[in-house]
Write a protein that binds this ligand. Structure first.
Ligand code: ATP
Ligand code: LTN
Length: 337
């Protein structure tokens, strides 16, 4: 995959090794990645530098990086068809981030809802990285002439900023960057927390609020039994007035293909307990094969190291070409080592 194939689109997306991946990550992002893998040239990146915007324990972060890579393969991403790599292994991400930072306005960064939300939740550590996080994300994407970025709904605003930065840069220096489009699934783009269905499910929240991809069947069943619903007792899709029940229905719909109408009529006159049991069955059925595959891949350290190294090499080669062009266009002094 050295030269970009003219007919194939380029896809890039990233995931933070900031915790154990959740059902939200799986439904909102990873499933699209797997579905798209034959249609495009793909790069999927474990964005460890982004994870550092929140304090991380070094040993845990190191382990989570390889575990996340193993999970990407366990859900079905083939390392032959996709470049799978770790962000910190390709220094061009950080370098381009600096250059693009000079094309990003403070006002734009201040409007980012993720920044506002995380600043509130980590009030003791509102660092500059948290603030410039979307610039690094724009660099990740623009480095590879990305056409399409499959993400959950929460990343829409960041992606719009990446587009604005690309357009602004191109207006000054000519057509250097491809302007990327978001790819957001119609259903499941925002899986909600099971303890507070008005918030998105997030791997850095407390454990009871999410289903982890690696949760054992009995843990999944226990967590879902305690999922917050409402008191009206009717299984009906109405995200505004019944966020908890609608969230459970969305999970069932995405995992089994059963429509909301069909779920509603099948559950007429039955309680939420039965709905929760069926959602749990669907989660166990979807996640068990992933868990088995994860254990197998995680045990093969040499294979994992090989995937990481070759991913970094292939990504670096592509990134290098963009960086040369960017240096030349911006007027940075040429050099040969
Ligand atoms: P953190 O809690 O550390 O902020 P996160 O769980 O929100 O992490 P990310 O690594 O930031 O996950 O996101 C990886 C991908 O998963 C992104 O494309 C994001 O949009 C998607 N995603 C995350 N949470 C959800 C969710 N609850 N529903 C749907 N998609 C999600
Ligand atoms: N900010 C994203 C993770 C991420 C990303 C990217 C996603 C970092 N770089 C590039 C798509 C493309 C998040 O999910 N929080």
């Amino acid at each position: 995959m050295q030269e970009q194939n003219e007919s194939k689109k380029r896809i890039f997306s990233g995931i933070q090794p900031s915790g154990i991946l959740t059902l939200g990550n799986y439904i909102g992002a990873l499933r699209s990645w797997v579905q798209l893998q034959d249609e495009a040239e793909n790069l999927y990146c474990v964005v460890d530098l982004h994870a550092l915007t929140v304090r991380q324990d070094p040993a845990t972060l190191r382990r989570r990086c390889t575990d996340t890579l193993a999970l990407l393969m366990a859900v079905g991403l083939d390392p032959q068809k996709n470049i799978l790599f770790c962000q910190s292994h390709v220094p061009a991400h950080s370098e381009l981030s600096w250059l693009l930072g000079c094309f990003t306005y403070i006002g734009e960064l201040s409007r980012m809802t993720q920044f506002k939300d995380k600043a509130q939740r980590h009030a003791d550590n509102i660092n500059a990285g948290l603030y410039t996080y979307p610039v690094l994300m724009a660099a990740d994407i623009l480095l590879y002439n990305t056409d399409l970025v499959p993400v959950g709904d929460d990343q829409k605003q960041h992606l719009e900023l990446a587009r604005d930065i690309a357009i602004r840069f191109n207006n000054v220096y000519g057509p250097v960057f491809t302007v990327p489009d978001a790819y957001i699934p119609k259903i499941g783009a925002r899986v909600m927390s099971i303890t507070d269905p008005t918030r998105k499910m997030s791997k850095s929240d407390e454990e009871a609020s999410y289903i982890a991809i690696l949760d054992e069947p009995d843990v999944i069943r226990r967590k879902l039994r305690r999922a917050v619903t409402d008191s009206d007792g009717q299984v009906r899709y109405d995200p505004e007035n019944k966020p908890g029940v609608s969230n459970l229905m969305s999970i069932l719909y995405v995992l089994t293909g059963e429509s909301f109408d069909a779920i509603e009529s099948r559950f007429a006159g039955r309680g939420y307990g039965e709905l929760k049991n069926e959602v749990a069955d669907a989660c166990v059925a979807a996640l068990s094969p992933v868990q088995a595959e994860f254990k197998r891949i995680q045990a093969d350290k040499a294979f994992l190291e090989g995937v990481m190294r070759s991913g970094a090499e292939r990504a670096s080669a592509l990134a290098g070409r963009t960086m040369s062009k960017v240096h030349r266009k911006m007027g940075l002094a040429p050099y040969k080592l």
